[in-house]
Design a protein around this ligand. Sequence first.
Ligand code: CUK
Ligand code: CUA
Ligand code: CA
Length: 648
Amino acid sequence: MSEDKTQKTMAAAIIGRRRFINTAALASLVGVVGCNEKSASTATPAALSASDAKPGNGSDGNVDYSKYEVHPGQLDDYYSFSSGGHAGDARIYGLPSGRLFKIIPVFNMDCLVGWGITNESKKIIGTKADGSVKYHTGDTHHIHPSYKDGTYDGKYMFVNDKIHGRLARIRMDTMETDKIVELPLVQGFHGTFPDKRDPVDPAINYTTRVFCGSEFSIPLDNNGKNMDATADYRSIFTCVDSESMEVRWQVLIDGNCDLVASSYDGKLACTNQYNSENGAHYEDMMSAEMDSCLFFNIARIEEAVKAGKFKNYGGSKVPVVDGTKAANPDPKTALTCYVPVSKNPHGVNASPDGKYYACSGKLSPTATLIEHALVLKWFDGELKDAREAVVAEPEIGLGPLHTGFDGRGNAYTTLFLDSQIVKWNVEAAIKSFKGDKTAKPVVDRLDVQYQPGHGFTSMGETKDADGKYFLSDNKFSKDRFLPVGPLHPETAQLIDISGDKMKLVADHSVYSEPHDSIIIPRNLVRTRQVYDINEFPNAVKDAKDCRVERKGKKVTVYLTSQAPTFGLREWTVKRGDEVTIILTNLDKVEDLTHGFAIPKYDINFIVNPQETKSVTFIADKPGVYWCYCTNFCHALHLEMRSRMLVEA
Ligand code: CUK
Ligand code: CUA
Ligand code: CA
């Protein structure tokens, strides 16, 4: 088929289905979301066998799949870091192999590493007055590393928890969560993005702020007295300090926040709004034809905070500036700019050249391209209308959600309803928007299996986008893998985008439910193999220091591990004692991790080389307990034990 004919056929298909979407009753729309024509026609998974995998189902005879294999002993070229959704964790994969390397516990408990069990991890997660973990659940949607000069500096990654409104920081040298902050006045904290350089002081060109958007509006004083006055519900935009992880300031806005993007010059941050109606029910949330992409002028907000132009709400001490339309009538002093975009947008992504933001339509078959320089002009009072900052709005297909860029002027958007990735050219889209009929924004389409959510390109969120891979994190896998019961894995499909045509090169199964990911070349990640024993103030630095100390009913057990022994063969406590065990792993050899578990006391954690961890519990069950090493470390691993006697 000629390019022109392809374009026409695609356009006809889009328009046909678009009419259906616009005229369909709300109930059928929900039906479309759950089951489109492609996925509905797939075989019953339970009836599948390996021989059912057919060419034509994404498999392409022209692709040399062996080019994307990683053979035994070889290393992957890229890391992929992924948020784990309602599992509450973050994951590390290798690409192109799709091998899972590590699950980083963040907001969830993890009995392998002892996250949520050790005193140190409980302190990071947060505890109630009685010392128990405050929340046991988390919902991680977005993960983004810290930046220096527009690209990753390998220092931190930031992850959101949508449920409880928390932001976590992961250290990239150890790949462990080291700080968590709970945002005040927030429910449904969804989008997050670090700034890419400090916007106030040009000499500081690294991440100093992390921007957080709250999706759900709630009464500012959420005191249980207001259910129905939804006009008084508010959504808040938050800035967290990347080093102290304290909340710096918040902005009161009209409508809600969803995804968040930051600019490359540090001047702006933005969030797409799908509920500018401030509706409480989904029909209300889609009643307006247009919603907005909301831009924040960071320097002005920080000046307002400095000048004391803020309020405090709901008992929180965090300064809240007013970013509502009513409070910002003059663009020249405005803190915020609401750029109208088509209906219920989802996702906003900044292009690697720093020039544009792409906001996807979700309920409109378009992407809206907003020019960074024009938003700045609006703030200078040089535009009549914020809508003038829109420079393109190509029709790309049904249910567009997230966009990645290849650094060569092309954008790749996931189409949830069409189950496709669409590649479109940014300059062609701008020309077409200006009325050039010869400009054809859409250059390629590829079916994915099925219903993609996030999609992202290698280094696509940095100025160093390399245009090599696009990964499509799909929400449904249906017939792609052996059936494993009603909960299917999701598919992460690897697409080679280095040529003119996209090539699907691998299906990777991923544990439910990845949301966002990033793809980073391996040379940008520098992890440590052994801890520094001096990092832990409570370290037991010598096996000779192992002992039991008692202060009243409080007992501290100082313990070391060194393959294949623990520093104490046995020790005794009394029933009712509050026991704290401090365990330092004295082994210095890379990969020589020990574990420590106590039966019936619900204790299980690991200590990596030169690391120290501790646990505290009440010795309320008399008896002999074998404290054993859980991590296979030595030929005498099974013999690596100690005994605790709890005297009756
Ligand atoms: S949202 Cu998941 S597909 Cu939470 Cu990033 Cu768009
Ligand atoms: Cu130490 Cu197994
Ligand atoms: Ca809306």
